[in-house]
Design a protein around this ligand. Structure first.
Ligand code: TPP
Ligand code: MG
Length: 735
């Protein structure tokens, strides 16, 4: 056996400053770092007092102990660079908004605080207190801060959840050929989350302009980092993602500044992304004002040692010792920070017998439901088509129509990018849905790693940063692998960030029920996505609808799920010749077949199955009206059309291919009953496939799937109940 020792091609360094570095630093930068240090500290201590006084609702994860990390790292960025943070992000947020609100030439030792900067402190406090003047109108609070103009993409309360978004922003910046860098902050705990690794992998292969910055404060709540990670230095992870790794002391502002400055420069010049680990300490417990030792997971001695090393003590002392500033300068800086904070407290609170929140600053309760989705401004001036009126039609396969309309968008909108597994292989994806697009748009149709959470989250960040991603999730079941990104992030962030972002992305996925692929490849995802109201969902039952709904999806400022079905892929449908640009509105269903006895409410591939059943029902003297819902997220279901139909037929059956427990039907049936009870002559019936994970065996699978025969039987029973047990045939004869 020949064993050869292998080396990782990995540039790994620890950085530490020397007294000489201090002398080489720009004095203005030192003053700014000092000011930010004092301001962040003052802010956090004041916030904890407000919290104890009952003025702050929700947790306060203070950054006391980690002030220098944010102050120095953000000092090394440009104003236009972006940052993302976590549940513990007041320090980063404040440093970035202050950078935005002050001129680069502002000298905090000599000049007053600019008005915009004073307002930035006030608005940051207001947001954390849940007040209307906050950057997200109080919707986000302490853990979900966003200020896009200042370059704060957003902070995130899901540990690790924001990392793919930040990576998506870096992707967008590279795609747009800017030279901006993203600094993505997170804790040691987040490095054990899968999305951290998925995002790093994508950033590594695409060499994205991002710095992953681990604030390793040694604990995740009360769990020591060493107990949950076998690697001592977390930047070692960089080795496997083709990145550079750096370690720096969080109490050494000069080293932090230098390492960020160096990394950002290198990235702007096309160099590798990197993972920087900053060893630091939070002096308090996870949240609130007690020390960690009060909970027994660390010792007072350890805490006291870190307090002695605290940058808030050591850095000003080093600046004095170097003779760069005098004691009165430091006093000035401290007073400036304190007065900015006092003004912010006065802005947000009143001192009566006790301190209270200024009542006039609470958000309007009437605004509660605003901002879950776009206000619809994107639809002004858009004219919609009724495809029934089209003449001059040509035949096209459903899958070719997907590729054609996607290609049309790639052609006409340079913000569009297509992402997914194998989308650029086989000349157009595993099932032809991107046919010919890889060769026409090689830089915009991109194969991703098998990394659903990573690329769904990347699309989220990219959409928030001005791109229009189209993401293919190969099988809907894989949604569950990316659930946090799709549901906690994509669906909720517009609302949580106070309607300060749009989320224009499209997810396409192809249902494969009926292919023998089994229980992990046979999901109808409609009901799952419908649980999260940020999502719009369409399920085009034919190519004509596909094109019109795809166009609306691409134009929408909300995330849209397009549910395709394998049984439609190979079928040909009419399409207007030379016109792939028409829009079909969301929320408009269609009667595909008229009838007078019972309304079948359905969508997607079941439309065709119901149409086939209609003839068999007619033989049994039951006349069925078929409604193709098209839009199937709950707020978009076209109850006007359904109501009109039910008023005529007096009976409704919801027909879905999904198992009963994973279907939209319960909600639809309930709404129809509540809204149209007086018109109903029978309870609303639901027909679904069997409640089992789809079995592979051909016999079992076809027994599981709701087939024509069962639809006939189900609809007949609805008709019988409508006619009080009379057989439809007798009733028909009688009328
Ligand atoms: C996915 C997820 N799991 C658990 C939590 C609960 N939680 C909030 S903060 C935290 C610790 C995070 O530790 P770390 O990443 O080291 O950041 P630090 O708090 O030390 O800044 C945990 C477990 C969460 N918010 N999200
Ligand atoms: Mg930690």
């Amino acid at each position: 056996m020949i064993k050869t020792k292998l080396d990782l091609a990995f540039d790994w360094q620890a950085w530490q400053s020397t007294p000489d570095d201090m002398l080489r630093m720009d004095l203005l930068v030192i003053k700014r770092i000092l000011f930010d240090l004092f301001l962040i500290h003052e802010f956090e201590e004041t916030l904890l007092r407000l919290y104890q006084e009952g003025c702050v609702w929700g947790p306060v994860h203070s950054s006391v102990g980690q002030e220098a990390v944010a102050a120095a790292s953000i000092a090394a960025l440009r104003k236009t660079d972006k940052i993302a943070g976590t549940h513990r992000a007041h320090h980063q947020f404040l440093a970035k908004v202050m950078k935005h609100a002050t001129p680069d030439s502002w000298d905090p030792c000599r000049e007053a605080l600019p008005v915009e900067a004073s307002l930035a402190v006030k608005r940051t406090l207001a947001e954390i207190m849940g007040l209307a003047p906050g950057y997200c109108g109080g919707r986000g609070g302490s853990m979900h801060l966003r200020h896009a103009e200042a370059g704060v993409i957003g902070t995130n309360a899901i540990v690790g959840g924001g990392i793919p978004l930040a990576t998506g922003t870096a992707f967008a910046e590279k795609f747009k050929h800017t030279d901006q860098v993203v600094l993505c902050f997170f804790g040691d705990g987040a490095t054990n989350q899968g999305v951290f690794h998925e995002a790093c992998n994508i950033a590594g292969i695409w060499n994205l302009p991002i710095i992953y910055f681990v604030e390793n404060n040694l604990y995740a709540v009360a769990t020591p980092s060493a107990e949950v990670c076998a690697v001592k230095d977390l930047s070692a992870h960089a080795a496997v993602y083709g990145m550079n790794g750096r370690v720096v002391n969080g109490m050494d502002p000069l080293a932090i500044y230098a390492v960020i400055d160096d990394s950002a420069r290198s990235i702007r010049g096309g160099g590798r992304s990197c993972i920087i680990e900053c060893k630091c300490y939070r002096h308090y417990h996870q949240g609130g004002e007690k020390r960690g030792s009060a909970f027994g997971y660390r010792s007072r001695r350890e805490e006291d040692e870190w307090l002695e090393r605290d940058a808030l003590v050591t850095f000003p002392a080093a600046v004095l010792q170097a003779g760069l500033l005098e004691e009165p300068d430091l006093l000035n800086l401290r007073e400036l920070a304190q007065s900015a904070m006092m003004e912010a407290v006065d802005y947000c609170t009143l001192q009566r017998n006790a301190r209270i929140v200024r009542p006039e600053l609470w958000p309007r309760v009437e605004s509660l439901r605003e901002g879950v989705r776009s206000d619809g401004r994107e639809w002004q001036g858009v004219s919609f088509s009724d495809p029934e009126t089209f003449t001059d039609l040509v035949e096209m396969k459903y899958s070719d129509a997907i590729a054609a309309v996607t290609g049309r968008w790639l052609e006409k909108d340079d913000r569009v990018v297509v992402l997914g597994e194998d989308v650029a292989n086989f000349k157009g994806g595993a099932y032809g849905a991107t046919k010919q697009l890889p060769e026409r748009f090689p830089k915009r149709v991109l194969n991703t790693p098998i990394s659903e959470a990573g690329f769904a989250g990347l699309a989220c960040g990219a959409a928030m940063s001005g791109l229009r991603p189209v993401v293919e999730i190969m099988y809907p079941d894989f949604t569950l692998v990316a659930a946090d990104q799709l549901f906690n992030q994509i669906s909720k962030l517009r609302y949580m960030y106070g309607n300060t972002t749009d989320m224009p992305l499209v997810v396409r996925t192809r249902v494969a029920i009926g292919c023998g692929y089994g229980g992990q490849h046979s999901m109808d995802p409609a009901a799952l996505y419908a649980l999260f109201p940020g999502w719009r969902i369409v399920a085009p039952s034919n190519a004509l609808d596909y094109v019109g709904l795809f166009n609306s999806a691409m134009h929408s400022l909300d995330p849209v799920l397009i549910i395709e079905h394998h049984s439609l892929y190979g079928r040909k449908f009419p399409l207007p010749k030379d016109n792939l640009d028409y829009f079909i509105p969301f929320g408009k269903a269609r009667v595909t077949r008229e009838g007078k006895d019972v309304t079948l409410i359905t969508y997607g591939c079941m439309v065709g199955r119901c149409e086939k059943v209609q003839a068999r029902l007619a033989e049994k003297h039951v006349s069925a009206e078929i409604i193709d819902l098209r839009s199937i997220d709950f707020p978009s279901i076209d109850y006007d059309l359904i109501g009109g139909s039910v008023a005529k037929t007096g009976a409704a059956v919801v027909v879905e291919e999904s198992p009963r427990s994973q279907s939209l039907g319960a909600t639809i049936a309930n709404e129809v009953t509540e809204r149209f009870f007086e018109w109903l002559d029978a309870p609303v019936l639901r027909l679904n496939s069997a409640d089992v994970p789809n079995p592979v065996s051909r016999v079992l699978e076809s027994a599981a799937i709701l087939g024509e025969e069962e639809i006939v039987t189900g609809v007949m029973s609805a008709a019988r109940r409508k006619w009080n047990g009379d057989y439809p045939s007798r009733r028909t004869e009688a009328t």
